[in-house]
Design a protein around this ligand. Structure first.
Ligand code: HEC
Length: 113
């Protein structure tokens, strides 16, 4: 059996599989990461510092680990929020489609990684 030939066929195959799996997995997170700037959430929210609104990290800490659900958070983003974090209210983010709201909410629950 010619092992050299097998390796030369197998190597690109393994590489293609690894790249394929690698590309699929982070796609979800990247998609949510891209949504925050897309809907201008980043005008008021930063990853780890409170600006106008609480940081993504603080939101994750408050609602992650089963303390909140994505549906609850998505509803809060859509309708706006006030009095939970401080004197500054968040205006309703009604421009965001439900699927993207859900993705953003889940991304936040997962620690905005
Ligand atoms: C104009 C500034 C502003 C924009 C734009 C904004 N937020 Fe907020 N956000 C806030 C403020 C202020 C709060 C705190 C409100 C409160 O105290 O209840 C908040 C709170 C939140 C919360 C916590 C809600 C809760 O129930 O505790 C989430 C989640 C959130 N924002 C996500 C988003 C997402 C996602 C977007 C983009 C679609 C966005 N925000 C856009 C200012 C903003």
């Amino acid at each position: 059996m010619n092992t050299e030939k097998i390796t030369s066929i197998a190597a690109p195959l393994v590489l293609a599989l690894a790249v394929g799996a690698g590309a699929l997995w982070p796609l979800q997170a990247d998609a949510s990461l891209a949504l925050a700037p897309k809907y201008a959430c980043v005008a008021c929210h930063q990853p780890a510092t409170k600006v106008v609104g609480p940081s993504w990290k603080d939101i994750g800490a408050k609602y992650g680990d089963g303390k909140g659900t994505a549906a609850q958070l998505a509803a809060s983003i859509k309708a706006g929020s006030s009095g939970k974090w401080g004197p500054m209210p968040m205006p309703p983010q009604a421009q965001v489609p439900d699927a993207d709201l859900q993705a953003l909410a889940q991304w936040l629950l997962d620690g905005a990684k």
